[in-house]
Design a protein around this ligand. Structure first.
Ligand code: IMP
Ligand code: MG
Length: 174
């Protein structure tokens, strides 16, 4: 990661927003059988903070996806390299993802998890990055809306760099 970067979202703002999302999710799902499905690796820090702020117990599972950007098919460019392991049938499922850009990845994952016949299937993303969206995927809980730019930190990486930064940065184009 050679690029210069500037801080876009501070740790305080992240913490405040994650707490708000956790409260909303707790209100909506309290007392229900909820499985959160985190998308590795980008969502691991967001998910870890989010679950610890929930006011009721949930179960956790993970998927790992490989996305090939720039394709023409809305789903064909994504591969599952690690699938869910918990049973999802008839359970409430909430996907937790770091960032939605074009929309291929989350759209693919929603379609894939829908084949398990969950009772409900919703999405929670830390960042909704608008500019390049091609697939309109429903976003039920959104942390921050960003127009464009390549972001790193708080789980988000650029070629594996920047993931462990506690704030979110935007890389300068140069
Ligand atoms: P898309 O919505 O199919 O374009 O894919 C979203 C995925 O691309 C995310 O899960 C991230 O892994 C990656 N991605 C998109 N934008 C960014 C970014 O700004 N920083 C880091 N990863 C990104
Ligand atoms: Mg990702």
């Amino acid at each position: 990661m050679q690029n210069r970067k500037r801080c876009l979202i501070s740790r305080e703002d992240i913490a405040r927003r994650v707490a708000e999302l956790a409260l909303e999710i707790s209100r909506d799902y309290a007392g229900r059988d909820l499985v959160l499905v985190g998308v590795l690796k980008g969502a691991f820090i967001f998910l870890a903070d989010l679950v610890r702020a929930l006011t009721f117990p949930v179960e956790l599972d993970f998927v790992r996806l490989r996305s090939y950007g720039g394709g023409t098919s809305p789903t064909g460019e994504v591969q599952i390299t690690k699938d869910v392991e918990l049973p999802l049938k008839d359970r409430h499922v909430l996907i937790v993802e770091d960032i939605v850009d074009i929309g291929f990845t989350l759209n693919f994952l929603r379609q894939h998890l829908a084949t398990h016949r969950p009772r409900s299937l919703k999405t929670c993303v830390l960042i909704d990055k608008k500019e390049r969206r091609e697939v309109e995927v429903p976003l039920d809980y959104v942390g921050f809306v960003v127009e464009k730019g390549f972001l790193v930190g708080y789980g988000l990486d650029c070629g594996e760099k920047g993931r462990t930064l506690p704030e979110i940065y935007v890389l300068d184009k140069d």
